[in-house]
Design a protein around this ligand. Sequence first.
Ligand code: SF4
Length: 890
Amino acid sequence: MTNEQTIRTTCPYCGVGCGVLVRTGDGIEVAPDPEHPANLGRLCSKGSALAETVGVQGRLFQPLIDGQPAGWDEALDRVATKLRETIERHGPDSVAFYVSGQLLTEDYYAANKLMKGWIGSANIDTNSRLCMSSAVAAYKRAFGTDTVPCSYEDLERAKLVVLAGSNAAWCHPVLYQRLVKARREHPDLRVVLIDPRRTASADIADLHLPIRPGTDGWLWNGLLVQLAERGEGNPLYLQFVEGSEEALAAARESSPNIDTVARICGLEPERVAEFYDLWCRTERVVSVFSQGMNQSTSGTDKDNALINCHLYTGRIGRPGMGPFSFTGQPNAMGGREVGGLANQLAAHLELDNPEHRRLVQDFWQSPRIAERPGLKAAEMFQAVREGRIKALWIMATNPAVSLPDADTVRQALAECEFLVVSDCTHPTDTTRLADVVFAAQTWGEKDGMVTNSERRISRQRAFMAAPGEARPDWWIIAQVAQRMGFEQGFDWQSEADVFREHARLSAFRPEVERDFDLGALAEISDVQYRDWTPKQWPLPAERPEGTPRLFGDGQFWSDSGKARMLPITPRGPARATSEEYPLVLNTGRVRDHWHTMTRTGKSPRLSGHVVEPYAELHPDDARAAGIEEGMLVRVTGARGHIIVRARLSDNQQPGSVFVPMHWNDQFSHGSYVNRLFPVATDPVSGQPEFKHNPVRVEPWQAGWYGFLLSRREVDLSHATYWAKSRGKGIWRYEIAGSEPVKDWARCAREVLCTESCGVNWIEFYDAGRRTYRAARLEEGRLESCIFIGPSHELPPRDWLIAIFEQDEIDEATRRSLLTGKPGAGQEDAGRIVCSCFGVGLNTIRKAILEQGLTTPEAIGERLRAGTNCGSCVPELRSIIEQTLAEQSEA
Ligand code: SF4
């Protein structure tokens, strides 16, 4: 691959699917693609920092067998032999694949074909089960097919956008930015946020409904009742819809009037009335729904209650309207197209339809075809635990962190007879348990297609050589298949070969009608595949330009050809709070991290915003439990406990606590929050609950608190609590222990100093205050420093981090290191708020107070914060509010 080139590709993080321009040369530079229709020249903080994540640190260069490096032939043979033997001995259902929305469509297609067509089981499921399978099931029930009807452009053409269980500002930031711009340009556009938390997305909301967790079904049913009472049913469109009477009857049963809804949902009746009024009188309304709705034991019903309102009013399939599921992962949609879920067949065909099964088997010319749905994610790991699944192949995902009841999952994986993991990174909490690890290529190294939340198919393109012997996932799967004796179906020579086959299958036997049709791409040439520009499916042969919207014409894919409104009887959460567990635990993302941090954890820019796992509580709950800001707390649920930092915020409603989902054993000590969740799933979609788990939160009595900054990674396994994050050229560790240490100097030297030549120690121990500080200097530069004390109130870290950039430490700085206070000329910028320009909290607060800045725009002008990706703008606004409020109180 030549240097000095610009490659068009797509971001590997969320389902927005932004276009990225990557310039290679001396280094790698990432810029937004102004021509990609998803982002039109924008990227969020994660996309902007992609260049920091492509290094080889933590990469897996070759396969591993039993933890030892191995050749490809040996590893592939081992896996093929073991899968074949297991199937021969125990049958096809004794093996399973657990795949991922991170895979490219070609990888997904290959895995699904091997499992359903050649092994003959449907035991393949994907981590997308955890984020949007309720949306899939709801669309399928309503439209007869799993199809998102909208386009991103509809957000800009709407007059009302409802964000239901969606913190788009952090989870789909570029769509949020498009909404911000639309609102600026069209002042009559209204935004409503429905979320128990006051998230960053509330920044642009005209109305925030802080709904009681788990009560969305009542709210949407109440809207349907109001629509009927105000005569907003669309008789023309209702010709294409069945079930409206039953749906209305169920809605009237649960949500007869505004007062009832308000009482059940914990909302003020006036606010509910305001929402209903807005929705009822606005024709162009987009209702966005996401994980806050989906990740629930009644997620499918909640989603259908929302879709019912759009079907009833005919507000679907036309510009500026529709029920719009935002998907979490970059290729969750691609997985849906190839049948990556255990209850789907390829190309939107159905497993339980004999004609569909015959079609796929005939196309594949496969020896067999799965005849019944396989195990969904949670069931699959239960089967591993019970020994029913004896060989499991996990691809591009980290279920030891991301599944509910994560400790039981770990135990199941450890005991699984044969565990294979394909990953680009090692170790992860999952690869550590594998018998064989395949070294997979990752973003920037491999080629293929992805589909975003608006059905837009885009290319990911390689722009750098893969390190070591890493290989693309589709190739690994094809090699295993061939070595299992399935040469004929897996002899592709390139990604383009796989994609052509996928497109041909979608158009095979057109008399079997389905909406997923890539007929226009059935003969796509290698050059066309290379140069592909993003388009939205369906892409039938007669409409190669693609399809922005569906269902405006009233054509659906159910047996009757009509849409279906579902009668929804709302159900509360599976587990109620109790005296023992009085708070509701809700989980989700932070702004700058992605999934289990295997990529974003490499970026200093992204790691500075939130440096450790935390529990956010309402101040009233904290006060009642004796918890202060910055303390370490123990969060305990029925399945275990974690220790995390306490954050107090009235953005959290009383009775609730929020803990982010990202941290794992590589970045903290046992703080993966999903270990607290028992398995509880939606009965229709199989999606696990991640938004409602009863817990209690109490102070964790630490014997000491500390932090450590070091140019080298250090082993802190003896600390009861540790969390690490990457800074520019350094590692930052927050640490704490339960037992006081007798000899701090000795302990610090054991951790920090393995050899002493050329090392200059400076240290100070205050026996009265029980504080210890030490710094280790090498050739005049700060190499590491450690601060310990009896309380969580320790010196600020950020000015210390800046000292690591000095080539030589002067005397004043040495003194500062020991006093723990910045000296003259050393400013503490505070925790990073704007990761694009590295602007810290203290710098922003100082500018607000000293320069009288009162808007994010003014801060942007002075400090640049918020002027690149805009992801921090909501936080800037809340810092302004808080700083000015504190000033007026002082
Ligand atoms: Fe990537 Fe951000 Fe775009 Fe999502 S919104 S695809 S994370 S740049």
